[in-house]
Design a protein around this ligand. Sequence first.
Ligand SMILES: Nc1ncnc2c1ncn2[C@@H]1O[C@H](COP(=O)(O)OP(=O)(O)O)[C@@H](O)[C@H]1O
Ligand SMILES: [Mg+2]
Length: 279
Amino acid sequence: MTEPGRSGQEARVGQEPRADQEPNFNGDILHVEHVSKSYGAVTALIDVNLRLAKGEVLGLIGDNGAGKSTLLKILCGFQPPSSGRIVLEGQEVRFKSVDQARSLGIDAVYQDLALIPQLSVVQNMFLNREKVTWPLLNRRAMRKEAQEHLSEIGVQIPDINAPVSQLSGGQRQAIAVARSVFSNPKILLLDEPLAAMGVKEGSLILDLITQLKARGEVSIIIIAHNYGQVLEVCDRVNLIQDGRITIDKRSDETSADELTEMVVAEYRRALQERQQRAR
Ligand SMILES: Nc1ncnc2c1ncn2[C@@H]1O[C@H](COP(=O)(O)OP(=O)(O)O)[C@@H](O)[C@H]1O
Ligand SMILES: [Mg+2]
């Protein structure tokens, strides 16, 4: 359901890109340039620069309140940045809505899940992307596809016609991830998809991400707390601290121990800075 005046085309700023005009684009699908975000007096992001290559899985780590979800919500069109640019496939975009970002191939699974508890698993999976055989909803096709997608990723839901409120947190998260993955986005944004999950469900999602990566069709940004899990599935890791990206490392050039050490060192440095300023 696309609202009038919100087509993907309108989000693009200016003319079609020319290769010679974007010398730094180099196979990247997404650039975030000097993005900041304030909520009234709260500054959540300061001069964030980030790049995502085609087919790459980027891990975004950082403490609570660092600004990770804020960045994701800007990239999926939920909210605009206060300043800075988003460049998608070589062209600046300004999203007016989540629908508009989705029409350009960006899909997100939020930390605060966007499932509607009273609706069934099938209804949630096709929310705002219903299959219609004009003029009716094609319920049978949706049921079949939902079942196929869920079993494809190894998630067992006893009854896909049951309301989502009857499911565990992990099952809900799996449904939200499945919904996004099977909408075939170019860029998939996952905000702590493993948080509500047990070990078994978490490994299903990690397997799914590994499979997607092997196919190389989708680029992924995943926010997660467990450095071990992040390094297992990500090509590169960015650390965000107090609204800034402070570390950008390839996964094969770092380790969970090194990331932990860097985080601790960064905190000490930031703490010292604050103490010096307070003097
Ligand atoms: N809608 C909002 N209104 C006001 N402040 C917000 C809002 N969303 C986030 N913040 C603040 O912005 C900062 C970053 O939050 P967030 O991006 O959710 O962090 P993270 O996801 O890394 O835990 C925090 O200080 C948070 O309180
Ligand atoms: Mg968050």
